[in-house]
Design a binder for this molecule. Structure first.
Ligand code: PEP
Ligand code: MN
Length: 348
């Protein structure tokens, strides 16, 4: 037989609250009790008796405020829909009609490694050679770069191939020396908010490739770009290289939307770094394609003669063959991008 004690019904809401509703909002004076039909009040937005804690903002205020978050970077924002800055570096136009690929090893290791890479990436269509002579490494025991010797090798590779050179500067004191050898100074992700470095790099007069900090918003990136411009250097190239999120399947999360946002609001060229975003070489070509589709002006990609033996970032570096295939596969996407741009400009 069933034990009646064990199947006691749950108390009703009225019983729980001593005859009053459990919902504090329903207890407000003038509000109908449960079950009562409220009198029609003409359809007021806030029912009588309800105290709303949500700020009352009109749609126009919300929409109009979107660009306000970039207000600290006035000199890098577009003044008209077709406003754009073309940055010239070592005879290469970045942010113009042509899509520009920068490629090379993560670190300059040896003369042979660099020369071979420079020739192969130039042959596949790259216009700029990348390679770190000063390396920001997470471990103090990891290879820190060849320093001045690395810069000299980069200059030799430029002479041999005609490629422009982009390389990272990590310390303000090194900026004049790096600028002697490089066509573009790279400010790494970890340095995006090092204002003394931004100032020293800006003062060299070389174009600056400004990488987005790994926990920086688009507004933060534009603020740093504004600093460089305020220090008297208008030639800034922005770089989306992935940001830190909870995702671990990729080294960083490639923020393709940031490319779209930057192209909409800023007049500066935007390039994408699919290598540091992906962290795995198999993912790089697809991320590169998405960067082209999103409207990026170019790419910066890591390439190594023998990635498994690279002194840094081998897992994400492409072989020469992989780089060649990626460049060939990108060609129709770049053509499509060019025709879309022309169509858009005609409409504007
Ligand atoms: C690099 O380009 O090798 C590099 C260290 O990049 P990031 O600053 O984006 O990590
Ligand atoms: Mn690297």
């Amino acid at each position: 037989m069933m034990d009646e004690q064990r199947i006691r019904p749950l108390p009703s809401l009225e019983q729980q609250s001593g005859g009053r509703s459990a919902d504090p909002l329903v207890l407000e004076e003038g509000h109908p009790r449960q079950g009562e039909i409220p009198p029609f009040d003409g359809g007021s937005a806030t029912p009588s008796g309800l105290v709303s804690a949500v700020p009352q903002r009109s749609g126009a205020q919300v929409g109009g405020g979107w660009k306000d978050q970039f207000a600290d970077a006035p000199d890098v924002l577009k003044r008209a829909p077709d406003d754009k800055t073309v940055v010239w570096a070592g005879g290469v136009a970045i942010g113009g009609d042509a899509f520009v690929t920068m490629a090379g090893p993560c670190s300059v290791e040896t003369e042979r490694q660099l020369m071979e890479t420079a020739e192969r990436v130039a042959g596949a269509g790259a216009r700029v050679l990348r390679g770190g002579a000063f390396k920001p490494r997470s471990s103090p025991y990891a290879f820190q770069g060849l320093g001045l010797e690395g810069l000299k090798l980069l200059a030799r590779a430029r002479e041999a191939t005609g490629l422009a050179i982009v390389t990272e500067v990590m310390a303000a004191a090194d900026a004049p020396m790096v600028a002697e050898y490089a066509d573009i100074l790279q400010i790494g992700s970890r340095s995006m908010e090092n204002y003394a470095l931004l100032e020293a790099a800006a003062e060299t007069g070389r174009p600056i490739l400004l990488k987005r900090g790994m926990v920086a918003t688009v507004a933060d990136l534009l603020r740093s770009a504004q600093c460089v411009v305020s220090y008297g250097n208008p030639d800034v190239i922005l770089c989306e290289r992935g940001i830190r999120t909870f995702e671990t399947a990729t080294r960083n999360t490639f923020d393709v939307a940031a490319i779209v946002v930057l192209k909409e609001i800023s007049r500066l060229p935007v390039i994408a770094d699919p290598s540091h975003a992906a962290g795995r070489r198999s993912l790089v070509p697809a991320l590169a394609r998405s960067a082209v589709a999103a409207g990026a002006d170019g790419l910066i990609v890591e390439v190594h003669p023998d990635p498994d033996k690279a002194w840094s970032d081998g897992e994400q570096s492409l072989t020469f063959a992989e780089f060649g295939t990626m460049m060939a596969d990108l060609a129709p996407w770049c053509e499509l991008r060019a025709s879309c741009k022309t169509a858009l400009e005609t409409v504007a």
